[in-house]
Design a protein around this ligand. Structure first.
Ligand code: ZN
Length: 452
């Protein structure tokens, strides 16, 4: 993300943490990636029992936009697993209107918002004791006010997300923490429109007829990955083919129709950004890139990244920043809010042309990665202090070729996987044989360690 508040310059095989994962870890077998469940936030005492983070296997959403009555109807069907018995815990901003667990209706009073001790996170908990294994959930729900706009004779609705404020898909549907990778199917239908909508997405799009669409997002996506914009506004799209190092793919630039004269500038900036990232870190890892360019006459907008998509203003440095996130942030993805700093630090270090800085033992400590396990926000210090840590790492690792080739190797290994801060530190240490625990301790985990 590029934060608006920063004045425009910077803003696996699925295995639950059950027997399979534990056995696999103990034997150090299988791929080097950790299973989803290892990154799930812990359960907490609740209502005489304990909560358990669910592991979504697949989710199907349906939104119907009734333009005449300005009414939105939404449903969600989720297949999930529980690694142990307890109360299912997940994330959901919309207000539930009906809930069923394993096809049995549940009283709405059993669905509540809970805040674990020592956290300010609002989590959804279903107070129904649930056994380990596979289950289904069904919701009818109401979107939060302001998320759908009935203007221009049609409906406009987007999955707008914000890592600095810590909301992702959960603002628009029942969803999960970022550790969870799952396939998502979305159906949208507009009824009674007098203006034809357009739909833009980084998923696989099927237009059923002039007013209904199906979108399928890949199974490596997390709650912070999907881009979707249904719009009744007068926007236009420019498609062009980008020839990458190992494949060609379609790039789409979406702008207000009146601004399309600037589309070639956006195309140039996007092409240059993709060229530079491919040269430095290896082939692009998604099947398209979708750039939504927003008007920014005041120069106050930032931007936000998705997997193979972003929105930002028509400023080349901002486009470069957001494109870099398709390698770090939405290529290798944060498993939780305590890993969100990594990609903002790398993106800002990228924006600064990859400086190198001697370790400043007098500064710090900085807490980027030691917040509550339920936190979903990326700390604002990630931009300055996080980028500074990257520059210090670059200096410390200079004798091993510096940080860039290591990040390239990390991307080759972990693209499309979620990681936490400990994984990042361990990767660098394993590759170089250099102990970075004091440096990470002081400048990422906020500990009063020495830094040598
Ligand atoms: Zn960013």
């Amino acid at each position: 993300m590029i934060a608006a508040s920063r004045n425009g310059d910077a803003m696996r095989a699925r295995r639950w943490l059950g027997l399979t994962a534990v056995v696999c870890l103990a034997l150090a077998c299988g791929p080097e990636y950790s299973p989803d469940g290892l990154y799930a936030p812990p359960g907490f005492p609740y209502n005489g029992g304990t909560t358990v983070a669910i592991d979504i296997l697949s989710e199907s959403l349906r939104y119907e936009f009734d333009v005449t009555n300005q009414r939105t109807t939404a449903t969600a069907d989720i297949t999930f697993q529980m690694g142990s018995s307890g109360y299912p815990m997940f994330l959901m901003h919309p207000r539930a209107l009906e809930v069923s667990l394993d096809q049995s209706p549940i009283a709405l009073s059993a669905l509540s918002t809970a805040t674990p001790e020592g956290s300010d996170a609002s989590l959804s908990v279903l107070s129904v004791p649930t056994a380990p294994g596979s289950h289904t959930l069904h919701f009818g729900f109401e979107l939060p006010p302001g998320t759908v706009s009935y203007t221009n004779g049609g409906a406009s609705f987007s999955f707008l997300m914000n890592d600095l404020e810590g909301y992702f898909l959960d603002k628009y549907a029942p969803a999960n923490f970022e550790f969870d990778q799952f396939s998502l199917h979305v159906e949208l239908e507009v009824v009674g429109a007098t203006h034809e909508e357009q739909l833009f997405t980084n998923g696989s799009l099927q237009q059923v007829d002039s007013s209904s669409w199906n979108v399928d997002f890949p199974s490596y996506f997390t709650s912070s990955s999907p881009f979707l914009e249904l719009t009744a506004e007068n926007v236009k799209a420019l498609d062009f083919s980008y020839q990458g190092k190992s494949s060609s793919f379609t790039c789409t630039i979406i702008m207000e129709a009146a601004d399309m004269a600037g589309a070639s500038r956006a195309q140039d900036a996007l092409t240059q950004a993709l060229d530079a990232m491919e040269s430095d870190f290896g082939p692009y890892g998604h099947d398209r890139f979708l750039l939504r360019v927003l008007r920014d006459p005041m120069g106050i907008l930032g931007g936000m990244e998705y997997c193979g998509a972003a929105w930002t203003s028509l400023r080349p440095s901002f486009i470069g920043h957001e494109v870099s996130h398709s390698w770090f942030g939405r290529g290798i993805m944060p498993a939780n809010g305590n890993a969100g700093w990594i990609d903002e630090a790398i993106a800002t270090w990228h924006d600064q042309s990859y400086p190198s800085t001697r370790v400043e033992c007098g500064s710090g400590p900085v807490n980027l990665a030691a917040h509550s396990p339920y936190s979903r926000t990326t700390p604002l210090q990630s931009y300055q202090d996080g980028a500074y840590l990257m520059a210090m790492l670059n200096s410390r690792l200079w004798g091993k070729g510096g940080l860039k080739p290591l990040l390239r190797k990390w991307y080759e290994r972990d693209n499309h996987h979620v990681v936490n801060t400990e994984d990042f530190e361990r990767f660098l240490e394993d590759e170089t044989g250099i102990d970075l625990s004091a440096l990470f301790g002081r400048f990422a985990f906020g500990r009063r360690t020495s830094c040598e």
